[in-house]
Design a protein around this ligand. Sequence first.
Ligand SMILES: *Cc1c(COP(=O)(O)O)cnc(C)c1O
Length: 438
Amino acid sequence: MTQNTHPPGPQSHALFERAQRVMPGGVNSPARTFDAVGGSPVFMEYAQGPWIHDVDGKAYIDYVGSFGPMLLGHADPTTVAAVQGQTARGLSFGAPTGLEVELAELICDMVASIESVRMVNSGTEAATTAVRLARGATGRNKILKFAGNYHGHVDSLLVSAGSGALTLGIPGSPGVPEAVVADTLVATYNDLESVAAAFAEHGDDIAAIMVEPVAGNMNCVPPVDGFLAGLRDICDRYAAVLIFDEVMTGFRVHPGGAQAYYGITPDVTALGKIVGGGMPVGAIGGRESIMRSLAPAGPVYQAGTLSGHPLGMAAGLATLRQIHENDIHGAIQPNLTRLLSGLEARAAAAGVAFTTQHVGAMFGMFFTDHERITRFDEVAASDTQAFARFFHALLANGVYIAPSAFEAGFISCTHDADVIDRTLTAAESAFAAVAEGR
Ligand SMILES: *Cc1c(COP(=O)(O)O)cnc(C)c1O
């Protein structure tokens, strides 16, 4: 595949050589490696709005957005000013602050099912806590998840996971003892019958269903009609907890999350990504009656030295306030439509089998002749060679997308019509490269 790859600049190349000597695989998170598309990663230096700049001075239009947080674009001035202002007041106290209360109040305002919130430091921590809370509150052990859904690198959920685990073809992971995943059941996303079958067998032992309400770690796959409502019904019937992992979808598909977009109320919600405005923040929230099981109000233990970190709270508040007060999603919609219909038209003109899907401000691109993708096996069957060619041709032409056919795309409110049109110009030659099989 090397002849198809766009070579990184000399500074990126040199940094990656050094990185590989002192860091496993040269990166701090597997989703950043170029292993799935060939070549070696581009090292970034700074970013502004829709643009990200590498260490060799090349600029790219960015559709990674730090894998989700950057709904307002990079270096949003209000968010940056809020962090800068807080920095001078002390970095961390290990004692409560007003900022935590304000962000918790805002989350409760914005997300209808959330009455009470615990701040943590990542989406992984939020998912870990959600599972422990559900088990503690129900006194049951089994968790049902979906193949291709990703909930961070939580031991018990690292089974048939998406994102980097999917890209790298790791089915679970060495280091996760069988005993730890013995209570994890795996069902098929968008297939209620597979869920009903699991409940028919284990219903009284299932503490929770854990689901990405829009699957965003196996590319972007929206729920089919009735899927989320069906999960709600099953949980009600068996007194199981419905956990929406909205780490990616929260504030991205709608200011009130996927639960507002689809009108389904989960019991517990995991948040991350946008909630920290680009800082490492996660949160879990839900009804007060279930959240009060968490220590110190209740017996389910969870803690964090840096939880509710002042800089993270300041960034999250500055970002969420803007999403709360402005119609960010409405402003993004015409530009996202312009992007996706433009991509499909150019693919068709080049004779490349290609389709797109989107919900709110997240989208997916599929090299496939299916018109609509609803199943994990359909995603897995898409043409990853074509994706790799497309990826490298875009990179050469100044457009940065995630280096895997299994990641979603993210747009911000700073991606205006001009930026979209530049993207489409780059895409035209990228589709030609795919068609030529270069
Ligand atoms: C990103 C993501 C996580 C993990 O969040 P981290 O902050 O990377 O730990 C969990 N669930 C979903 C749905 C995600 O997209």
